[in-house]
Design a protein around this ligand. Sequence first.
Ligand code: HEC
Length: 102
Amino acid sequence: MLMGASAWAADQPVSAADGMAVARRNACMGCHAVDRKLVGPSFQQVAEKYKGDPKASERLALKVRNGGSGVWGMIPMPSHPAMNNGDIQAVVNWVLAGAPSK
Ligand code: HEC
């Protein structure tokens, strides 16, 4: 399975349940699914793309906060200025771990 994911989990512990709860609370799942493309890429595609990239966590946290487009296509990811850093970090770590359901 995803070996990178366990390294992540060891580095920055975040429970999968937390990441998923944050995603649900912030309506991320309206545009993203775990395993298929909707408006945005699936969270598993995102995990695959950034596997082994030590800067991914920081980059994606900024992307969630500020939004942007051009990585996966022309449709922009909206900004989330009201989310706190802890929530952003939790959801980004969950995505990078392959969006596990438990
Ligand atoms: C209105 C639809 C929409 C919503 C809501 C949304 N996203 Fe996205 N997301 C997108 C699109 C479209 C992209 C692709 C952006 C691009 O190509 O650069 C994306 C990209 C991403 C990426 C990959 C960014 C990259 O640069 O590779 C992550 C991670 C992500 N979204 C997480 C989230 C999270 C977490 C939330 C909830 C807080 C969320 N998204 C809410 C549409 C959405």
